[in-house]
Design a protein around this ligand. Structure first.
Ligand code: NAP
Length: 173
């Protein structure tokens, strides 16, 4: 069981632009059957989590479309509307949530979807194993940071998937 950060990024390390938008990313070409594409990654995931800003982005852009058939924890102090989705809102300590996610995942991997500081909190507790980044061919100059921590990594896989440079790293402890 691995705890993995899988995300797309600009080459200068931002996962959203300063307006919290993803047009720079969604306009790029990727082969969903190709190397390091999301569907194959997600097939090995048993539970996932995200921060409140990421969840709000999904609510704003896909209000009726929740493509995930897995339990999801949303870290927040906000009050979100009730949802029929399997979403658990939490402000519990990260290790406690990680333990609950591990139980729910039944041996499969855990996906920390972001944002970057939430991923950093998992790393702060020694609970991050891998980082997968799909680099889009764009620099944004500013935005939501990929991973605002000092994290030592080992590069374990490099692929090209159409517009993207896809890098998979193991966290070095
Ligand atoms: N490029 C990609 O593939 C990709 C992937 C993921 C996300 N994104 C985008 O990147 C941006 C990420 O933004 P972000 O880094 O600001 O945000 P984020 O992690 O999605 O959300 C930050 C918020 O999460 C809550 N939070 C974080 N840690 C918490 C904790 N330990 N306990 C309780 N609540 C906690 C806080 O919300 P409260 O205000 O409720 O306290 C905090 O303001 C979004 O626009 C998202 O759409 C892009």
């Amino acid at each position: 069981m691995l705890t993995q950060f899988y995300t797309a990024s600009s080459i200068d390390g931002f996962i959203a632009d300063p307006d919290n938008e993803l047009g720079w990313l969604l306009s790029r070409d990727i082969d969903q059957g190709g190397p390091q594409a999301f569907d194959e990654f997600f097939a090995d995931v048993g539970a996932f989590c995200m921060g409140a800003t990421t969840y709000q982005w999904i609510l704003d852009h896909h209000p009726d479309d929740w493509p995930y058939d897995l339990p999801c924890w949303v870290f927040t102090h906000r009050q979100f509307p009730a949802t029929p989705r399997d979403v658990r809102f939490t402000s519990a300590p990260v290790p406690e949530v990680h333990a609950a996610m591990t139980d729910a995942a039944a041996g499969k991997n855990l996906w920390v979807a972001g944002g970057g500081d939430l991923v950093g909190q998992f790393h702060d507790h020694g609970l991050l194993d891998e980082v997968w980044v799909q680099y889009a061919p764009v620099a944004l100059g500013a935005g939501a940071p990929l991973l605002p921590r000092h994290v030592e990594l080992e590069l374990v896989q490099v692929d090209r998937n159409r517009d993207f440079g896809c890098l998979r790293y193991a966290v070095v402890r």
